[in-house]
Design a protein around this ligand. Structure first.
Ligand code: ADP
Ligand code: ZN
Length: 519
């Protein structure tokens, strides 16, 4: 058996482990369980691929994404690793060959979709061979509160019972503390060592601006700051992708469209040109990016609001993987919010699911509106604390216009408290503004001391206050309690008047747009 270091060098062609890789690999090599939280692009795959190669037996990788599975296996085979996958896309003869190879001890890595793994037949097969480890990729799929929930993942705890001596490593790029605890509990990983990497990408400069004339804003940005650079421009719709790419070409750029509606060969061609040629700009829907590993992407521009902070982080994270300066520019308008809000409202799934989508969107919007460091807010969303403002985001570099929101914040927080922390933003704002809605009267909230104390502000203004307080951690939206606003520890000093708070001014135009659509 080779050592992890020599596998790193000879099989993967790298000289050094990155970040916590070495420690994670040592943990699994020692037969212990691990839970790995690492941002996308951080290098999770090696954390299980190397121990699978270095330990006796075959490593089993459970992954929900068939396309990604295929890519990984191809790359591994090209590097001389004996890897294969089993999923529903394979013809039965091929599946049988792979099963035989497994039985004959000829596989180092076997990728499986969870539903395949859980078939009694597969479990029996695995019982008959020596296994080096189980890697559970995208482990957050086990979380019922997450947007990627997969019921099959819940049954993966059987691995611990059926294969007690095989180490397990669960990996994810998206998990706050609560989700992490949930993963550990549901996957029976009580004794696993946790490895939590920083999500910070210090070389990415975050910039978020209100849409004014988005094409002009994009053009100015590329011409003045990114001439000749490779970049990705994200749009929400296929139509807009094509129009924007055409338009950029007319402006003299090498711009290529990419979305799921284009023929596969054209998509592959555009992807290849992006990877090989200099200065290509891909204009894409979110279909572009998964598994694309181009180190020198200098900018990612969003012409539409991403639907969540996770999505924003993931998409912007494709910039600057080489560590050199890169910029993430997001242009947003309240019309995006309306559109995404409607998409969330009309999406399939339970009420709970829709409410979650809405909450995620609100968090994203909060990030757009804050007046403090973007990076601090972004990292806080991933339960990470950055002690000082970063100095490399727009709000750090050009502090925005603000107003003293201390009194407004205190009114809002008191009203949340007085109404029992059981109501969502709309109702709390109704009480503040002295509404005579049926709901206000039914709960007797017109009798509260906070009733009507905020009638000087519009509903839209109050929503801005709510969102900013949520983003800064003074308020929480409890998605398990119908989006009820709840106070956090942090808000005490605001309530006592011991702390001042500056809020971002909303441009007057978006104020109108918003009050029209949220009432
Ligand atoms: P993740 O699964 O966390 O998104 P990957 O495992 O796909 O990330 O790794 C992202 C990129 O980083 C890949 O191109 C991978 O080859 C590269 N990489 C991983 N570990 C190292 C390392 N130790 N040295 C250099 N490159 C690495
Ligand atoms: Zn900053």
């Amino acid at each position: 058996m080779s050592s992890p270091q020599s596998i790193l060098e000879h099989t993967f062609g790298y000289t050094e482990f990155r970040g916590p890789q070495r420690e994670i690999i040592d943990t699994v090599m020692g037969g212990h369980d691990a839970l790995v939280l690492m941002p996308t692009g951080g290098g999770k795959s090696l954390c299980y691929q190397i121990p699978a190669l270095a330990r006796e037996g075959c490593g089993v990788v459970i992954s929900p994404l068939i396309a990604l599975m295929q890519d990984q296996v191809e790359a591994l085979c090209a590097a001389g690793v004996r890897a294969a996958f089993l999923n529903s896309s394979l013809p039965p003869e091929r599946a049988q060959q792979i099963e035989q190879a497994l039985l004959d001890g000829e596989l180092d890595l076997l990728y499986l979709a969870p539903e395949r793994l859980l078939q009694p037949r597969t479990l029996e097969l695995l019982q008959r061979v020596q296994l080096s480890l189980f890697a559970i990729d995208e482990a957050h799929c086990v979380s019922q509160w997450g947007h990627d929930f997969r019921a099959d993942y819940l049954h993966l705890n059987c691995l611990h019972e059926q294969f007690p001596s095989v180490p397990r490593i669960a990996l994810t790029a998206t998990a706050d503390r609560r989700t992490r605890a949930e993963i550990a509990q549901r996957l029976d990983l009580a004794d696993a060592r946790h490895f939590v990497s920083s999500f910070d990408r210090p070389n990415i400069r975050y910039r978020i601006a209100q849409k004014d004339n988005p094409r002009r804003q994009l053009l100015d940005f590329i011409r003045s700051e990114q001439p000749g650079n490779s970049g990705i421009v994200y749009c929400l719709s296929r139509n807009k992708v094509e129009n924007t790419a055409d338009w950029l070409c007319q402006q003299g750029f090498k711009a290529l469209p990419y979305h799921a509606g284009l023929p596969a060969d054209l998509r592959a061609e555009h992807q290849r040109r992006f990877l090989r040629e200099d200065g290509v700009i891909v204009v894409a829907t979110i279909a572009f990016g998964m598994g694309i590993d181009k180190p020198d992407v200098r900018f990612v521009a969003h012409l539409d609001l991403p639907k969540s902070i996770e999505a924003y982080y993931q998409e912007t994270g494709r910039a600057g993987r080489d560590g050199d300066p890169a910029t993430a520019l997001l242009l947003y308008g309240l019309e995006d919010v309306v559109k995404l809000g409607q998409m969330a409202a009309n999406s399939d799934g339970s009420d709970e699911h829709r409410r979650q989508e809405r909450n995620r969107l609100n968090a994203m919007l909060g990030l757009c509106e804050i007046t403090t460091c973007r990076r601090q807010a972004l990292l806080r969303y991933f339960a990470e604390e950055l002690p000082e403002p970063c100095g490399n985001c727009d709000t750090c570099l050009e502090p925005p216009q603000t107003w003293d929101g201390t009194e407004a914040a205190a009114k809002l927080l008191s009203c949340v408290y007085r109404t029992g922390q059981r109501f969502g933003a709309s109702h709390v704002i109704d009480v503040l503004r002295g509404s005579t809605s049926e709901k206000v009267l039914k709960f007797g909230h017109d009798q509260l001391s906070t009733y009507g104390i905020g009638s000087d502000r519009s509903t839209a203004d109050w929503r801005g206050v709510v969102r900013q307080l949520v983003v800064r951690g003074y308020l929480e939206v409890n998605s398990e309690a119908f989006g009820a606003l709840q106070l956090t520890e942090a808000c005490r000093s605001l309530l006592r008047g011991e702390e001042k708070i500056q809020l971002r001014k909303l441009p007057s135009r978006s104020r109108q747009t918003e009050s029209r659509t949220t009432n």
